[in-house]
Write a new protein. Sequence first.
Length: 112
Amino acid sequence: MAITDSNTGKSLGTAAIGDGPDAAGYDAAHNLGFASCGEGVLSVVDASKAGYPTIQTLPSQSSARTMAYDAGTDRVYLVAAEFGPRPAATPENPRPRPTIVPGSFTVLVVGR
């Protein structure tokens, strides 16, 4: 995860997070950064310390990449689903995506 000063554009550092990140959030009250990763983890970074150490790697669910942080409830919301088999590649669609298994959509809620 790249940490950048939003006012100057200057790179401040990087934090080690899981594979396949898709979304990030920031908790200003506790100086924590969050990254949801497709491998099935939520990485929690301490933004108040030099080097931006990852302080937790919480298991979530494979595919739980889309995320939102709600400062009002101090919770992270992740959405995920289970997927069927990947279809065979074709010249028209060389990287086909598997379809979602009906009824498998879920919202994961992470709090303190």
